[in-house]
Design a protein around this ligand. Sequence first.
Ligand code: F6P
Length: 328
Amino acid sequence: MRIGVLCSGGDAPGMNAAVRSIVRTAIVCGDEVFGIKHGYEGILNEEFYIAKDGTLVMGLRSVSGLGRLGGTILHSSRSKRFQTAEGVLQAAKILQKYRFNALITIGGNGTLTGASELGKVWDGQIIGLPGTIDNDLLGTDYTIGFATAVDTAVDAVDKLRDTAGSHDLMFFVEVMGRHCGDIALATAIASGAEIVCLPEEPETPEDIVAKLKRIKDTGKASVIAIVAEGCQKGAVEMQRILKEAGNPFDSRAVVLGHILRGGSPIALDRILASELGNFAVSAIVQGETGKMAGKIRGELTLTPFEECISGHKKINNEQLRLLQVVAS
Ligand code: F6P
């Protein structure tokens, strides 16, 4: 069987570990893997990964040492052309021309939406892997890259704490997460932040300032607020608005942005990526298609693309309550 693999959308730590697992599992199963570069755009451009030894089929050694590498050796993109019906049809023809039997796509919501559209016009099997730092996908408890992104954010906040403590400051720290506050909430719990601003649970500036005044009254001299990118206002804007609303703390804003997408994946992401890559190939061998491989409560699962893209994961209310207690 000829399997194509691509990464699409925002890169996430662990994508390379998934590719490594896919290639090595396929070799065990007697199948061959072709890396497609730059996501769906790479199908349209017929752009394939060529190993150092010049081969197109990804061999055992082509993925050596990939487990610990951040980014994606396959490169990624957000293809505009593939978002059109003509682009999808064209991609199907190209996959047919190169006699691909199956495709594994690694990415987030947009990637799964693309996979779902492609599945309507292409006969081959398609399995998706959840590769995004946002952890916003239905059909898996955790996405590949989320744990590393949170770890990176916590490391940054720990450093900011030193300065916050030295200067009696408040920091507004913005973390990525387009539609979903999962990175923000997990970072807040792990870093001991006092405030979290989530798109799912918006609060008025007056409510936040009242909270900050109560915090000051308990004797705290420095504060950390984690702001999810998906909130209507980013960290810079929040800092200004809260200052005008009477924030009792002198404050600064820091945007962590794309720093969260980089770096070597932590062990949890390497393991998840290895498990899901292996599972995706097994699913293809068993004839599955149109589904995303995920892990729910410790069980490897396959969820139809349509279900995964039908909405965004809800915020974990238990964790939100936990933050309110431990940050008091
Ligand atoms: O989906 C992953 C993500 O990092 C989001 O958190 C963020 O909103 C978006 O990608 C940024 O995308 P880009 O790198 O294209 O600006």
